[in-house]
Design a protein around this ligand. Sequence first.
Ligand SMILES: [Fe+2]
Length: 314
Amino acid sequence: MPSRSVLSTCRITLPKDLVAALAHDSTTLPDWQLSDGLLSPETAAHYRQALTGLPHLAAFTWTCDRLLNAPDGEGFAVLELAELLDAADTEEAGLRAVTALVSLIATPLRAFDRWPLWKPLGTNLAIDPMRATGSGYNPMHIDVVNSTWPPDYSALLCVRPDPRGQGHSLVSQVRRAVDRLSYADAELLTHPKYVDGAFFELTGVGEEWKPFPILDGLPPSEGFVRFTAKMLADADPADPYIKAARALERELVVGQRRFLLGRGDMLIVNQHLSCHGREALGTGQEDVPEDERRLLLQVFLRGQEHAAAKGGAA
Ligand SMILES: [Fe+2]
């Protein structure tokens, strides 16, 4: 499987004085409140006010914007947050600091009504290995693919890496992958012929789209390439629409970046530009106690230009 190492330029290390200031302020940051699944405007304003004047913040947000949103960029960034989490008094204070910091980039969105804002993704050996909490290969996809308005960004904070040293993250720039397809395959992907999974108890992601087209014809700043290789597993491999989707998956694999998230690393992916996935965790997971297996926290983000118009793009 061809792959390339992540470019070091996609990693963001916080300056030490910013870490110290954030850790200091984290003790007085309020708990977040949500409104329609989004960080409430009151909490967002409180966080913005609390962080105003901290050192290097403008450079931080500029760098995040460039890495995440440049149309010809990779569409992802890895924030190194271990020092901040270590410096905070408690886990809760550390997570509040991270939430406040991230809210400067985009507005945190829960999406799943039944889960907290930060959804724990542990490792469950009893479920389908390709699922987010499974232990196997999780192939290329965007999250909440079968909606009219998927989250603009999907983020994963690594609380505990796989003790077996595997489970590499995969990210691939999907717009470039589409550009490499034949005209015939790309044309097939514009038809609403694709279906994926269930859709219920979701807020802030529009409505269910079933069946949906993979290519929606919108510019990257607005539209998505609604792709998930998971929907292909049980599909007819001779179906021309499925063949075209497999062609896209092959191009995603050709262009994918592969890297390991360490403790405190947070991967943010712009879902308008990139797909993500995960390699299998290391062998022998059944010998690792469940509370020592890999643990991530997932949060979605809505672009600030969209958060103000809740549901408007649906
Ligand atoms: Fe995902």
